[in-house]
Design a protein around this ligand. Sequence first.
Ligand SMILES: Cc1ncc(COP(=O)(O)O)c(C=O)c1O
Length: 352
Amino acid sequence: MSELIDLRSDTVTRPTPQMRQAMFEAEVGDDVYHEDPSINLLERRAAEIVGKEAAVFVPTGTMGNQCAIRAHTQRGEEIILHERSHIVLYEMGGVAQLAGCVTRTLPSPDGILSWDQIEPLVRPASDHFCGTSLIAVENSHNILGGHVYPQQVLNGICDEAHERGLKVHMDGARVFNAATYLGTPVHEVTARVDSVMFCLSKGLGAPVGSMLAGSADFIERARLTRKVLGGSMRQAGVLAAAGLVALEQSPTGLARDHENARFIAESLAEMPGISVNPADIQTNIVILDVRGTGMSGKELSAKLRERGVLSNAIAPYRMRMLTHFDVSREQCESAMRTVSEVLQQVGVAVGD
Ligand SMILES: Cc1ncc(COP(=O)(O)O)c(C=O)c1O
């Protein structure tokens, strides 16, 4: 089989030659003593880029979100967030396990919430209720298709939340994709949230690591939870060095990934049995409905895998394809030819 075309996630990116070189040359020290110069530099740059006082390097986005939640809340408080957010679905119930908090979730078709939806759920602590202390937004939203918060909507949520003494955390695993879509610097996207987690190891292409940023005292508290979770590393400057390259060099490539995602959606929209709206594509995530092919997402993805194209089934009839810097336009074209061949072989007819 020729090389695999991996559209499962942007987590699959491998470090670039520049990242490997930077890792080789990295100055390191013991980060638990704050003595790793590469990590110190990465934390300063990350904070600067997202416009916050301080940042901390964490091994994963999940740990970054969980450190944030612990630092913003007390046990027995409530967090309002989207029902299909990463924090709710894919973090092992960490909100309950680690922070001792309760989630109150809201639906929306695209992963974007508004203050009008959130407001009725906000409640003060009382003899009967857990009080709300935190709102978490996901920007861009992963599992509902990479949608981006309109800045006004996000700013509105933050302003209203702050008026009521609530904090807002952004799961910005892909906030650089969001900023690329909006055509604004990242610090404008994150300006009014109290904290933001973003991943170096997704579209930015670093092999490992995420950043959590916020006020200096928030980051001090988050560091304590990172330690509890075993996430305080020692000479991890080798990782931070790759992260720095990712931070400085990769954002400019995201527009290309978005164009490739749009290309994939447009190609799939022409194929029988597949339903996807190309106008819905804002960033690098394509969600497709394959019910009309007569195959489940799992069946179609297994057939594609046999032919060297990797993608994920995310629900019985839904699949997800992501673009990233390890897939070129030619590979996207080749992947689309493969999907088309599979549909022909299975006999999916136009009009199905
Ligand atoms: C929106 C979002 N948040 C958080 C994470 C967690 O990142 P990690 O896999 O590094 O724990 C992911 C990972 O896919 C994600 O998509």
